[in-house]
Design a protein around this ligand. Structure first.
Ligand code: ADP
Length: 263
């Protein structure tokens, strides 16, 4: 079932992409290549007067292409979204059986739920999908077995941290950390892992859409996602979702501030 869910999500994303955005992207690339070729031939001929103009055209097209790839990150926006107050402890715990079946026998699963966890507000189905995607990646990173830990906590992101991350607003978040003891990633892979279609897996095994969907979901929920990983050290992916201060679940929460370390 999980494999089917994953496949159908990815196929849907691929279909939408090839329909529209890939075409636009290709047009922009054609423009960039054309400008660069013109620049090269003008430089060869010693006629450099127009070179600046072509460089500007190439830069403009490249910026548009970059904006397109950012729009790809919002893939999950295309699915109907239904944000509701969510108790992440309950959600993670309810996924235990599914997660065990997904990762197999060689990988142990540990779920650590924080006492007094705040409520968050997001689309619960998409949060499940995101956690499942992270578990599948963790499994793939631990071919010889290992441990998958899913941990919740309250997190207060201060303004200095938020300023450094640029994309996140300071404030109170519910954090879901997914940690594996797998291969880890190089800094280069970390910097590209959220990009749509970035994959290090063999053709046919990875589409490179899992993490871009996780990221799109987090951003769309007014939260964010961050990767901590080093080769040989395993990987932690932290999903931050905004605290929900509504009535639901309020009685079961108390403030338990965890100040994020400022890495
Ligand atoms: P896919 O899993 O299809 O390759 P993703 O977007 O989910 O696509 O991941 C992109 C890449 O990020 C992977 O190919 C892999 O190199 C790296 N990656 C993701 N999660 C992990 C992890 N838990 N451990 C090591 N590498 C990972």
């Amino acid at each position: 079932r999980e494999e089917q869910l994953r496949q159908s999500q990815k196929m849907e994303a691929v279909g939408q992409l090839t329909g529209g955005i890939a075409h636009d992207f290709n047009n922009l690339l054609t423009g960039i290549l054309g400008s660069l070729e013109l620049m090269q031939s003008r430089i060869r001929q010693g006629r450099t007067a127009d070179v600046e103009r072509f460089a500007t055209a190439a830069t403009t097209a490249a910026n548009r292409a970059a904006a397109l790839t950012h729009r790809l990150l919002a893939f999950s926006r295309r699915q109907p979204i239904d944000p509701k107050p969510v108790n992440a402890n309950r959600l993670v715990t309810s996924m235990e059986d599914l997660l065990r079946r997904t990762i197999g026998e060689a990988i142990s699963l540990e779920i650590v739920t924080a006492a007094g966890l705040w409520m968050t507000r997001c689309d619960a189905n998409q949060l499940e999908g995101a956690i499942l995607n992270l578990a599948i990646n963790a499994r793939d990173a631990m071919p010889d077995g290992g441990r998958l830990t899913i941990e919740t906590c309250n997190a207060h992101l201060d303004s200095a941290y938020a300023a450094r991350q640029r994309e996140v607003r300071p404030g109170q978040y519910v954090c879901i950390c997914v940690t594996d003891t797998g291969t880890g990633m190089t800094a280069d892979v970390v910097s590209r892992a959220f990009d749509p279609f970035f994959t290090t897996k063999p053709i046919g095994q990875g589409t490179g859409l899992g993490l871009s969907m996780v990221y799109g979901f987090a951003r769309q929920s007014d939260g964010y996602a961050k990767i901590y990983s080093e080769p040989g050290q395993g990987t932690t992916i932290k999903l931050y979702l905004p605290r929900y201060r509504g009535v639901a679940g309020e009685e079961e929460t108390h403030d338990l501030d965890v100040v994020e370390d400022l890495r």
